[in-house]
Design a binder for this molecule. Structure first.
Ligand SMILES: Nc1ncnc2c1ncn2[C@@H]1O[C@H](COP(=O)(O)OP(=O)(O)OP(=O)(O)O)[C@@H](O)[C@H]1O
Ligand SMILES: [Mg+2]
Length: 315
């Protein structure tokens, strides 16, 4: 494997356990058609897409050793360098009960246990070691487990910026608000996350653009506000753009935002202009929503990118 270009950090991963249960009835005995386990977590998703796009990735964070094999299998299949710290016990499991007769999915999510101080120290040391290496981009993604201070990403962002790294932060709530002052290179809230940060609704296009400007003024160099099927805005020091997704058959929107982040990073590593970065990010998201399982194909991505409509927004 070539030298690592990107490191993703996931403190609060989860195993997605999906059971297909036709005609699911709560409170009854049900028969399942199938059971599958998938490695979940935003940084893991971002690393998977980047690996599919041909980038050398390392993934770090915190994993419970009892079910770490689910992640290890995925890292091996994708060629992702495994730098996760192992902790006693199991990584939390999010159960998805899918009824193929109705198409409904019932989610039952677990809260992680508080990580031990020693595990957090090992993680900081691992990230410091990785930042002393050739990796150019660090991705801090997802929620923080209980007991981890809300300024965790903010402190990490500052340290990584001092080390000359490009830093992407994709999270929500208090860790998101705190991270902004560390001046990450990219944040990618969805519209709801931006509304939460601002404390007001963003009912139309003009208000979303205004909200993105307020967010950029708080520290990040680049802001993408994603809006599901309505596409996304990108705001940089060079201007503002809106991208409309290509027409695709939407199978599942899980991980759409993570795939968008991965596309922007891939474009940045290729030194593409901002509008082309937004185009690739949108194509990468479209590839994920139309084909949620398995590897993302680079040939298909070029075709999707050609179908993205990018418009310059005068501000
Ligand atoms: N239904 C859809 N149709 C077409 N494109 C979509 C759809 N949903 C999402 N996308 C694409 O994915 C991008 C990111 O989606 P979204 O705004 O839902 O991110 P998110 O809420 O951060 O997702 P995540 O759950 O991964 O965090 C959108 O800007 C769009 O390009
Ligand atoms: Mg998101």
């Amino acid at each position: 494997m070539s030298a690592i270009d990107i490191v993703t950090v996931t403190l609060n991963p989860a195993v997605d356990q999906t059971l297909q249960v036709p005609g699911l009835q709560l409170g009854q005995v049900n028969n399942a058609l199938s059971l599958r386990f998938d490695a979940g977590g935003k940084g893991v998703n971002v690393a998977s897409v980047l690996a599919d796009l041909g980038h050398a990735c390392a993934a770090t964070g915190l994993l419970g050793e009892d079910n770490a094999y689910i992640f290890e299998n995925q890292f091996a299949a994708r060629g992702i360098a495994d730098h996760f710290i192992r902790m006693p016990g199991a990584t939390r499991i999010n159960v998805k009960l899918n009824d193929p007769q109705t198409g409904n999915t019932t989610d039952i999510n677990m809260t992680a246990e508080e990580p031990a101080a020693a595990a957090l120290q090992l993680l900081r040391a691992e990230i410091a070691a990785l930042s002393a290496g050739p990796a150019r981009v660090f991705v801090l993604a997802g929620s923080l487990p209980p007991g981890v201070p809300a300024d965790y990403y903010a402190t990490l962002t500052r340290d990584l910026k001092v080390a000359g790294k490009t830093v992407v932060v994709d999270t929500s709530g208090a860790p998101f608000a705190a991270a902004l002052a560390g001046a990450p290179d990219l944040v990618k809230p969805n519209r709801h996350e931006l509304e939460t940060w601002l404390g007001r609704a963003l009912p139309d296009r003009a208000s979303v653009i205004e909200g993105a400007r307020a967010l950029r003024a708080a520290g990040p160099a680049n802001v993408i506000v994603s809006m599901g099927e309505e596409g996304a805005f990108l705001l940089t020091d060079q201007g503002c753009w809106h991208a409309r997704p290509p027409k695709v058959n939407v199978v599942s929107t899980v991980g759409a935002g993570d795939s968008m982040v991965a596309g922007w990073i891939s474009a940045t590593l290729q030194a593409l202009a901002p509008d082309q970065a937004l185009r690739l990010a949108t194509a990468s998201a479209a590839a994920r929503v139309s084909s949620p399982e398995g590897a993302l194909h680079r040939a298909g991505l070029a075709q999707l990118a050609a179908g993205v409509q990018v418009e310059v927004i005068e501000i």
